[in-house]
Write a protein that binds this ligand. Structure first.
Ligand code: HEC
Length: 144
């Protein structure tokens, strides 16, 4: 028994609506400030992952805990470019000695610069209310 034509039309209509709805949701970047890493920073991120920086360092609190969180290392802690670039190859204390060339150091630095621009960690404006919900004041401010 074949279903009547009107059902076929209804199913196609629902499929079209579902696809349009998904398209709109997945291409709308306004909700999270449209953070996009530049090509250079993406190279830096690759170096970051390939060299396991995240096994000792955190970004937004995620990662290993042997080294400090580096989310805002660029601005928050007032490190300049020279300091950070020399840090990558320094081998100070528990930080292993790497052998990055100048381009790679620039890329890693660019990654840290752009990560820093995405927001602040820890969010000092966040408050935990009595009922357990986290209230964030000026939530969109950090993405401007
Ligand atoms: C084995 C653990 C480990 C790995 C892997 C590691 N680090 Fe570190 N890193 C540390 C430690 C520990 C410190 C703090 C050193 C100190 O106290 O002076 C540090 C410090 C730093 C600092 C300076 C932070 C500051 O505020 O002074 C930067 C920048 C940094 N690391 C970047 C990197 C990058 C980029 C990578 C990957 C290429 C990396 N680290 C891999 C352990 C690590």
């Amino acid at each position: 028994m074949t279903p009547p034509r009107k059902y076929l039309f209804l199913i196609l209509l629902l499929l079209a609506l579902f696809s349009s709805y998904n398209y709109i949701i997945y291409t709308d970047t306004s909700a999270y400030g449209a953070v996009r890493l530049s090509g250079k920073a993406v190279q830096g991120e690759k170096l970051w992952l390939d060299n396991n920086c995240h096994s000792c360092h955190q970004i937004y609190g995620l990662g290993g805990y042997l080294g400090p969180d580096l989310t805002n290392v660029y601005s928050f802690r007032k490190r300049d470019d020279k300091f950070l670039k020399s840090m990558f190859n320094s081998g100070i204390k528990a930080m292993p000695q790497f052998d990055f060339n100048e381009t790679e150091k620039e890329e890693l630095l660019q990654f840290l610069i752009e990560i820093d621009q995405t927001g602040q960690y820890p969010n000092t404006k966040a408050q935990i209310e009595a009922d357990g919900w986290v209230k964030i004041e000026n939530q969109n401010k950090t993405h401007e």
